[in-house]
Design a protein around this ligand. Structure first.
Ligand code: UDP
Length: 250
């Protein structure tokens, strides 16, 4: 493995919506293939990559609730949607020659492996991409929580999110024109400013990991060898601001 890598082991969170491309629903194959290509580039550069994939392009628990399904049942449906996305991503990666394993938090043995932490680490050490499906396996959570959980379990150096927004803002940048983007936040900042951001409970995570929301797959590569090396991979923005020390220490 290259000693020059900034991030040796990375978890990439791909939201279900990121897979839709310009479609209103489901999986856009060219978008899927582009993200798979970016993952391949990162692995070829020597990084170990695992992914958590959402299911919002197919089914979200809360929309099921709105249709009258009870919350836990709707959430299980959402988790099953993430498994569909995960095996689609596995197929895309393997078409590019990247050996890939899907591990599901809900055992579904004839489709993929169950989640086994030590086995997942071993897969990555052997150069395989690992896709974590079915979120945390528990209703009332989201795949963002699963991403933080798995990144901690895998001892990842970085966690990246491929989504439609390129960072954390004081407000929704699509609606509020002068929303400010933050470079660094602590857990306390998130709560005190009511930023509605997913994050792992107090201090341990920000101290150990870099949190960067990396890019929209619609505008640039989700993850690339350069992003694994660069000291400051975050795209520049005219309205940026740091809260806290900004040196990765909470
Ligand atoms: N979900 C869940 N527990 C989890 C992860 C996901 O119940 O640990 C369900 C939940 O209903 C959620 C759906 O799966 O709405 C799809 O996940 P998510 O909304 O996080 O997908 P994304 O927004 O990333 O596409």
């Amino acid at each position: 493995m290259s000693a020059a890598l900034r991030y040796r082991r990375v978890l990439l969170k791909v939201s279900g919506e990121a897979l839709m491309g310009t479609q209103p629903y489901g999986i856009d194959v060219s978008t899927l293939e582009r993200i798979a290509g970016d993952v391949k580039d990162a692995i070829d550069a020597g990084a170990q990559i695992c992914l958590v994939i959402g299911g919002g392009n197919i089914f979200r628990g809360l929309s099921g609730v709105a249709s009258g399904i009870d919350r836990a049942t709707a959430d299980y449906m959402g988790m099953l949607a993430t498994i569909m996305n995960a095996i689609a991503m596995q197929a895309a990666l393997e078409r590019l020659g990247v050996p890939t394993r899907v591990q599901s938090a809900i055992p579904i043995m004839s489709v993929c492996e169950p989640y086994i932490r030590r086995r997942a680490i071993r897969h990555m050490e052997k150069g395989r991409a690992v896709i974590f499906a079915a979120g945390t396996g528990n209703p009332f959570f989201t795949t963002d929580t699963a991403a933080a959980l798995r990144a901690a379990e895998m001892s990842c150096d970085g966690m990246f999110k491929a989504t439609q927004v390129d960072g954390v803002y004081s407000d929704d940048p699509k609606r509020v024109k002068d929303a400010e983007r933050y470079d660094f936040l602590t857990y306390h900042d998130v709560l005190s400013r009511d930023l509605k951001l997913w994050m792992h409970p107090p201090s341990r995570f920000p101290a150990r990991m870099e949190f960067r929301s990396w890019c929209s797959p619609f505008t640039r590569k989700a993850i690339c060898p350069r992003s694994c090396r660069a000291k400051d991979a975050t795209p520049s923005s005219p309205k940026r601001r740091s809260i806290g020390r900004g040196d990765g220490q909470a």
